[in-house]
Design a binder for this molecule. Sequence first.
Ligand code: TXA
Ligand code: MG
Length: 321
Amino acid sequence: MPCTVQSADKPFTTLAAKRLREGKLVAFPTETVYGLGGNACDDETVARIYATKGRPDFNPLIVHLAHPKDVGHYATLTPLAQKLADAFWPGPCTLVLDRKPDSPLSLLVSAGLDSVAIRVPAHEHAHSLLDEAGIPIAAPSANRSGRLSPTQAEHVEEEFAQIKEDIWVLDSGPCGLGLESTVIDARGEVPVILRPGAVTAEEIALTTGVVPTIAAHDPESPHSPGQLKSHYAPERPVRLNAKTAREGEVLLTFGKGAPSGIGTLNLSPDGNLIHAAANLFAMLRLVDRAPYTGIAVMPIPEEGLGVAINDRLRRAAADRD
Ligand code: TXA
Ligand code: MG
C-alpha cells in the first residue's frame, strides 16, 4: 500500500511522530493544505520527499516547527521577521530567513539557497504531531509537483496512488483555509511577498508599519518557485473571466445570482471569499474529469483573499511547458 490513511487523533499522532523520527514520510493536515512531511535534518528523507513529489530540485521546502521559540536553532530572525512571527505564528504565514551557518537542517531543504522558509502551523493536529516528533519537519504540499494542493486526506491518497513509498496520511477532514500560506521574505527591512496567501498584504502592512512589496515573476530566476508560471494546475485547460461555459466546459461560478444548474459549481453562493478559498482546490479537483474537457471560471474580486485565489487561478490557466 503506498498510502495508509489514519485518524489524526491519538494514538495515531504518537505513532506518526515516531515514524517521522524513523525517517518515514507522513502526510498531515494544516489549516492551509495537507503537507507531505519528513525529517528536515535528514538528507535522505528530504530527497525522498522531492522524489515522491517529482519536484524540481531548485524548489526549496518549508520547514515546520511546533513552537516559534525553536526558530533560533535554525535561522536568524530579523526585527521585521520577529514582528511577523509575533503577529502571525502560529498561523498561515511562512517566513524566508537566513539559515544559521551551523543549522542542522539538511541543505537540500533550501535547495542550494542561503535561506530557509519556516512556518509554525496553527492546526491542532499539526501542532500535536510536530510537538511529539520533536524534530523540524520539511513539508511541501502533499501533491505531485505542479498539481493542485490537497485539502482533504482523500486528495493525498489520489496523488500518491502510484507511488511505492510507504506514506501515512493523518486524516483530519477538510482544511479550514484551503489555500497555501503566504510566503514572506523577511530578511530585509521591507517584507517581500513571494507567494500571496491567507495573510494579506494589508494585514502585513498594518502589523509591520511597512507596505510589503510583491515579488515580480521572473521565470529565469524563481526566488520562490511558487512563482513558476504554470503551477497548481488541473489536467484540463482553465479559462478565466468567463461569463458562460463553452461547449464541453464546466463553469466555476462565484456569488449570488451566478448561473446555476448542471455544469456549474459555485465557489461560494454567498460571495464569501473565505469560503471560496476553502473550496477552490477541492472544486477544481471535482470538475477536472469527464465529461468536461475544460474548466471556465467566472471573475473573482481582486480584494482580500481574492488576490491569492486569482494568483492560483492564473497559474492554473497559464501555458504549460
Ligand atoms: O501552506 C503551506 O505553505 C503548505 C503547508 C503544507 O505548510 N506548504 C506548501 O509548501 O505550500 P510548498 O512546498 O508546496 O510551497 C512552498 C513555497 C514554494 O513556493 C517555495 O518555492 C517557497 O515556499 N520557498 C520555500 N523555501 C524557500 C526559500 N528558501 N526561499 C524562497 N522561497 C522558498
Ligand atoms: Mg505546493
